[in-house]
Write a protein that binds this ligand. Structure first.
Ligand code: NAP
Length: 347
């Protein structure tokens, strides 16, 4: 099979680098175009980007020239890891010009006609693309993936919907890679916890309801769950850890909850998509897991691990969840979205 050419907007950033690493040996997609800011435009990628990943920078990409973030010469399918201060305008221009944009940025996530996709949970939300095309008259389209903490939370909550999910209290411990590069100053984060991440709590509280919601009548009905979030930045390189309490109307047994986590599967597993982990949510039985240092790379960074399920004196149960913020929470999520769209004939 010949490869589908793809471009990366924001290719030099933290998420952009993860796209390059994850697409290096992809069976369907091949990176042929890179876009970033004027700071990088015209430079060879290896001179424009401070490569931060343990995986080696692929040689062909290292020599590729970085382009201005303008539509036209880019391939039809474009992944975006653009800074949100510019993503709205640039991604919109690409969609209008006929590109399929798979975005990591916040700008379009909560628009009523834009899918906020996690293929294991809401693959049917892609039907919003028909509404989007009719409403905006774009030749292309925008599909978004959720905020990184929200993806981890939603993956842990989706298996619990069957128990009458009512309420969620969450506190995050988020990795520094989530703030991009160079991100948080070492003076601020070493030996410290920062109890504020701008806009993050609102994203978790609103995006989760859209993701878990139902598609019908050309729109999404948000899930009725109430979410209360507190977010913190901690001195961890990769992996967002989340302490979660849930209220469940049907009062399941602990065994039933653990079985729901472990047996949860969706469209990507059914279709055997290349980036799909065999088991999207894994319950770890050890009393001190999950931990970012030990568990963040499970399923090539696409598996969300959960553990420490116990009764909650305020709600019904509490547990810990962990996910890789730049893979399952960003680039890997976007690639899985594109794989689903390809298999459904939407590219
Ligand atoms: P980052 O490391 O700061 O990278 C930002 C990228 O945007 C760089 O490639 C930068 O290019 C480009 N850019 C900035 N200004 C531009 C402009 N005026 N025109 C064109 N390109 C411009 O940020 P990141 O952590 O990768 O995050 C990227 C996006 O993904 C953000 O919207 C973020 O909220 C979202 N996200 C991040 C994570 C995570 O864990 N890091 C997870 C989920 C979602 P230059 O290098 O040329 O400046």
């Amino acid at each position: 099979m010949s490869h589908i050419e793809v471009g990366i907007l924001g290719a030099t950033g933290m998420v952009g680098q993860q796209f390059i690493a994850l697409l290096a040996n992809h069976p369907w997609f091949k990176v042929t175009w890179l876009g970033a800011s004027q700071r990088s435009e015209g430079k060879a990628y290896q001179d424009a980007a401070a490569w931060r990943l343990p995986a080696p920078l692929p040689e062909d990409v290292a020599r590729m020239q970085v382009n201005a973030a303008k539509p036209g010469a880019a391939p039809r399918l474009v992944f975006s890891g653009l800074d949100s201060s510019v993503a709205g305008e640039i991604e919109g221009a690409f969609a209008q010009a006929g590109h399929f944009v798979i975005s990591n940025s916040k700008n379009y996530r909560m628009e009523a006609d834009v899918p906020l996709l996690i293929p294991e949970i809401n693959a049917d939300h892609l039907a919003l693309l028909e509404t989007q095309a009719a409403a905006r008259g774009w030749k292309g389209s925008i599909v978004t993936n959720p905020n990184c903490s929200t993806i981890v939370l939603s993956m842990a909550l989706a298996p619990l919907r069957t128990f009458g999910l009512k309420s969620v209290m969450i506190t995050t411990l988020q990795a520094i890679s989530g703030a991009g590069y160079p991100g948080v100053a070492s003076w601020d984060i070493l030996g410290n916890v920062i109890p504020f991440i701008d806009g993050e709590e609102h994203k978790i509280e609103t995006e989760t309801k859209k993701i878990l919601g139902c598609y019908g009548d050309k729109r999404i009905d948000p899930h009725p769950v109430t979410v209360s979030a507190s977010t913190t930045r901690v001195a961890v390189q990769d992996g967002h850890t989340e302490s979660i309490s849930v209220g469940l109307a049907n009062r399941p047994t602990p065994e039933a909850v653990i079985d729901a986590f472990n047996s949860f599967k969706g469209k990507p597993q059914e279709l055997g998509l290349p980036s799909a982990p065999a088991q999207p949510v894994v319950y770890l039985t050890e009393k001190n897991r999950p931990q970012p240092a030990l568990d963040v790379d499970r399923g090539n960074g696409m598996t969300v691990t959960v553990g420490r399920l116990r009764p909650c004196p305020l709600l019904d149960y509490k547990f810990i969840a962990l996910g890789h913020n730049t893979i399952r929470g960003a680039a890997g999520a976007a690639i899985l979205n594109a794989e689903l769209m390809h298999r459904e004939g939407r590219l």
